[in-house]
Ligand binder design. Structure first.
Ligand code: MF3
Ligand code: CO
Ligand code: CO
Length: 271
């Protein structure tokens, strides 16, 4: 298999899926405050998808070697790096949580995105990690244009994150996406400029760096088969967009009314 190139019609399908995925995050945003459980966030996400007429890509998702994923979205709190399973524990002031939503539209297109939410007043360290992880994702996005290489994206993210004293998780990466959840290519969040696949118009993939305040190593947590945590228990953050390579640059597809403002160094969501 190789990287799929999306047609104009495919891109219309992806635009819808991606906007709806972003609108799920908008829908839950006002509810995320101290006292809410991650199960309740999951219920709200499922409710929004039902209203949209989309379905969750994660319910029952079962890559080789994994148990079926049991929820409509992922909620990764504090030192959880990714794939946290919603549970009954209320979030408390000072927690940070990543909510990762992937929807499938009626036409079979997937849109995948995640955001960080701060629960009440958080430590300066937590706010900084979340904000700089957002900037790191955008440092990757602005590399996207025909002729650039996947290694340019990884390098930009790594250089920025490490310059701030943070570390990049290596075990998980972004991915091509379309009528499948995870397609080629793998989009590493570290690397060297000019290496790996050359980007072409019509490629669509996610950029979703996981960045740790401490060391980069991760481990599986307990026995649910999914939850990944930092080995040193340091805080971890992640943001994710689905991005199209256009004739002239990039188009961020997972946008909606509630998308956060762009970092100062970014001029546009589409170039
Ligand atoms: N949405 C995640 C990603 O960005 C994948 C979650 S798979 C799950 O690729 F099964 F854990 F939900
Ligand atoms: Co993804
Ligand atoms: Co995701």
């Amino acid at each position: 298999m190789s990287i799929t190139i999306k047609s104009a019609e495919d891109i219309e399908g992806m635009r819808l899926a991606c906007r709806l995925a972003s609108e799920v995050l908008d829908y839950i945003a006002p509810h995320i405050k101290p006292g809410i459980t991650t199960k309740e966030i999951d219920r709200l996400g499922a409710e929004c998808m039902a209203q949209q007429g989309t379905i969750s890509a994660t319910v029952g998702y079962q890559p080789p070697g994994y148990p079926p994923y049991p929820a409509s979205l992922c909620t990764s709190v504090n030192h959880v790096v990714c794939h946290g399973i919603p549970n009954d524990k209320p979030l408390k002031k000072g927690d940070i949580v990543n909510v990762d939503v992937t929807v499938i539209t009626k036409d079979g297109w997937y849109g995948d995105n995640s955001r960080m939410y701060l629960i009440g007043e958080c430590s300066i360290a937590a706010k900084r990690l979340s904000a700089l992880t957002f900037d790191a994702m955008w440092h990757g996005i602005v590399q996207v244009k025909p002729g650039a290489h996947l290694g340019d994206i990884g390098h930009a993210i790594q250089k920025f994150a490490e310059s701030q004293g943070f570390s990049i998780v290596r075990e998980f990466c972004g991915h091509g996406i379309g009528q499948k959840f995870h397609e080629e290519p793998q989009v590493l969040h570290y690397g060297r400029p000019g290496t790996l696949e050359k980007l072409q118009p019509g490629m669509v993939f996610t950029i979703e760096p996981m960045i740790n305040a401490g060391r980069r190593e991760v481990k599986e947590h307990g026995n649910d088969g999914w939850t990944i945590v930092t080995k040193d228990h340091s805080l971890s953050a992640q943001w994710e967009h689905t991005v199209l390579v256009t004739e002239t640059g990039y188009e961020v597809m997972t946008l909606s009314a509630g998308s956060p403002p762009l970092p100062a160094f970014v001029t546009a969501t589409k170039t």
